[in-house]
Ligand binder design. Structure first.
Ligand SMILES: *Cc1c(COP(=O)(O)O)cnc(C)c1O
Length: 364
């Protein structure tokens, strides 16, 4: 025996953590946050609402007012609206994903991802004791339905993750592809989780496929388009049985009173959110066009980031050169399937111009 530090869970000891290094540089374009805070009206209304909180009491355990507000906001424009009882909320969509894994995954069960994709899908599944099998995306990073069928029929996963728009590659799946994957998931008796953290940037959403008879759950977050990463609030929208199923693993009163009221207030500023998305989309176009004139390959994006790969420099070397010029982007260069790639978040116009200048200088 050496010391009194207890051993980690065996399967945890083998796992790599999730790291997104933060550096103190002037231009941080590495975590896909919104560059602008929510409108002043948000902070003012939140400050006023704090006075109404019954601090000595536990919050509304079912967060019903927040869930109703999310249902109304997300259901807008859909042929069939969304009901509050189709919505599950948690502390960020990562906790939503963890809740789904604890509910439908776990020991003896398999979750499937199609790589390269959001690293936390496989990481969270493993933390929840779920075996992970990774299929591959096509060369252009879209889903290859032949591969999806091969993987699903052989693995018969309890959970299939699809990120659309996909992080970090940027592309979104067509409604036809999502429908085809869903049909296969139904055939193997699993759950399809479509991660739409960047859904408002995309022309399509799987929300329109939701139905109580379909094993489909869509996850979204306040961290990106809603400019509220600090809030740590995310949600899942699915069939009406989702709330009942997940109630067994969610901790009692897991969502605090401040968050419940802040989420409702954030949703009042939907018009401003759409304006920010439109503005970022325009800026994304400007950055994408500028990248075409440089010695890099880049991929089309339907989100607030662009994946690119330098042609004549190592990705890791370029990442360092950008840091040296005060610009932090995400270094994906060593990720499987993304050799030499970097991902830049679309910031405000000044930040994007600074990035493009630093990039041109770093490539020279
Ligand atoms: C950023 C991101 C999330 C957000 O997670 P939160 O816990 O809500 O901040 C979820 N999924 C993807 C693909 C993301 O890129």
């Amino acid at each position: 025996m050496s010391g009194s530090r207890p051993p980690l869970r065996d399967d945890l000891a083998l796992m790599d953590g999730y790291h997104s290094p933060q550096l103190d540089v002037p231009v941080r374009l590495n975590t896909n946050e919104a560059p602008e805070p929510p409108p002043d009206g948000f902070t003012e209304a939140l400050a006023a609402a704090l006075e109404g909180i019954a601090w000595n009491r536990y919050p509304d355990r079912s967060a019903s007012a927040l869930r109703a507000a999310i249902a109304a906001a997300e259901g807008e424009g859909l042929p069939v609206g969304i009901d509050a009882d189709q919505v599950v909320v948690a502390n960020g969509s990562n906790e939503v994903l963890q809740t789904l894994c604890l509910t439908y995954g776990g020991p003896g069960r398999t979750a499937v991802t199609f790589e390269p994709t959001y690293a936390l899908h496989s990481h969270i599944a493993r933390i929840a004791g779920t075996r992970v099998h990774s299929g591959a995306r096509a060369e252009d990073f879209t889903l290859d339905l032949g591969e999806v069928e091969r993987v699903l029929m052989s693995q018969r996963p309890a959970i299939t993750f699809v990120c659309s728009p996909n992080n970090p590659t940027g592309g979104a799946e067509s409604p036809e592809t999502i429908r085809a994957v869903l049909a296969m998931v139904e055939e193997v008796g699993g759950l399809l989780v479509v991660d739409e953290a960047y859904g408002q940037f995309s022309a399509h959403s799987a929300l329109e496929l939701l139905d109580d008879d379909r094993p489909l759950v869509v996850t979204r977050t306040f961290s990106k388009t809603w400019s509220a990463a600090a809030l740590r609030l995310g949600h899942a929208i699915g069939p009406r049985w989702l709330g009942e199923d997940t109630s067994g693993v969610l901790l009692p009163y897991h969502l605090d009173a401040v968050k419940q009221v802040a989420g409702r207030i954030a949703l009042r500023f939907a018009a401003e959110m759409r304006e920010r998305v439109a503005h970022l989309t325009e800026e994304r176009g400007r950055v994408a066009t500028a990248l075409e004139g440089l010695e890099v390959d880049s991929w089309p994006s339907e989100a607030n980031y662009i994946l690119f790969r330098p042609r004549a420099v190592e990705g890791a070397e370029l990442w360092q050169r950008l840091v040296d010029r005060g610009v932090l982007v995400r270094n994906c260069a060593s990720w499987p399937g993304l050799e030499g790639c970097l991902r830049v978040t679309i910031g405000n116009p000044g930040e994007n111009t600074a990035f493009l200048g630093a990039l041109a200088a770093s490539l020279a």
